[in-house]
Write a protein that binds this ligand. Structure first.
Ligand SMILES: Nc1ncnc2c1ncn2[C@@H]1O[C@H](COP(=O)(O)OP(=O)(O)OP(=O)(O)O)[C@@H](O)[C@H]1O
Length: 254
């Protein structure tokens, strides 16, 4: 860990799929202790950016550093520092939630007792204790998100990178997750999450980054990004401009 480096530093990140540039020379610094919401339209490049940031997808060019550790040059160091909830997380379907956490905890090199204690605590806090004997195969979408979050937290990382952590999660579970994430930041951790829900980012985050067609259109503290507007209004101005024609689908009105 380099004392002077931010929690996450993305420099010149670029990814092309065929002829399409999904992420285009993207640069972003996330300070330590920040709770950052990454917002962008469908297809703006959020998932691609986050996957490159944590070493799940190799960029065509550019670098990602987690607390100073280069994700591609020094993956073991970088991955020990980060907990990830990827988009469409693939879980071992034929294991129970407890087995998944035990398996991944031991793979992470934690000792058996620590794994047992943390697993029990995470299942309890995330209200998954009742699903102890249920195979992941039978989990609902929201339960999958929660067990995915538990796998991201298990090794006590310093940075959490979460792709749409609240999608398909009920309000009670969402409140639990928010409390966990706030506690994580209060304890000195850093969170980066993507979301389409501006109100959620305004309520939860203290930093924001707006992604537009693979580039950062605005980034900074929430107040800097909002620039005196609501995040939603600012977002719409940044990514859509003013001129969207509200008269489209006029045949729908009687
Ligand atoms: N594996 C892939 N192959 C081809 N194109 C891809 C692939 N992954 C992403 N893309 C394209 O890259 C662009 C960015 O996609 P990405 O999933 O990163 O956006 P996003 O901001 O996460 O979108 P959403 O909010 O809809 O999840 C899109 O145009 C998408 O079609």
């Amino acid at each position: 860990m380099h004392a002077e480096e931010p929690a996450l530093r993305l420099t010149g990140l670029t990814k092309r799929f065929g002829g399409k540039t999904a992420v285009d020379g993207l640069g972003l610094d996330v300070p330590r202790g920040a709770f950052l919401g990454l917002v962008g339209q469908n297809g703006a490049g959020k998932t691609t950016t986050l996957a490159m940031a944590v070493g799940l997808l190799r960029p065509d060019s550019g670098t990602a550093r987690i607390l100073g550790a280069d994700v591609w040059a020094d993956p073991a160091a970088a991955k020990a520092l980060v907990g990830v909830l990827p988009d469409g997380l693939a879980l071992p379907e034929r294991l129970t939630g407890r087995e998944v956490l035990t398996y991944l905890g031991l793979l992470r090199g934690l000792d058996r007792r620590t794994v047992e204690e943390r697993t029990a605590e995470l299942l309890h806090v995330l209200d998954l204790s009742g699903a102890d004997r249920t195979l992941v195969l039978e989990y609902s979408t929201g339960m999958r998100k929660k067990i995915g979050l538990a796998t991201a937290l298990l090794h006590a990382p310093r940075l959490l990178v979460l792709d749409e952590p609240f999608e398909a999660v009920d309000p009670v579970s969402a409140a639990t997750i928010k409390t966990i994430l706030r506690g994580f930041v209060a304890g000195g951790g850093t969170v980066v999450l993507s979301s389409h829900v501006m109100a959620l980012v305004e309520q939860l985050c203290d930093h924001a980054a707006v992604l537009d067609r693979g580039r950062i259109a605005a980034a900074g503290t929430l107040d800097e990004v909002r620039a005196g507007l609501s995040l939603e209004d600012r977002f719409v101005r940044l990514v859509a401009g003013e001129g969207k024609d509200a008269r489209e689908l006029s045949w729908l009105s009687r």
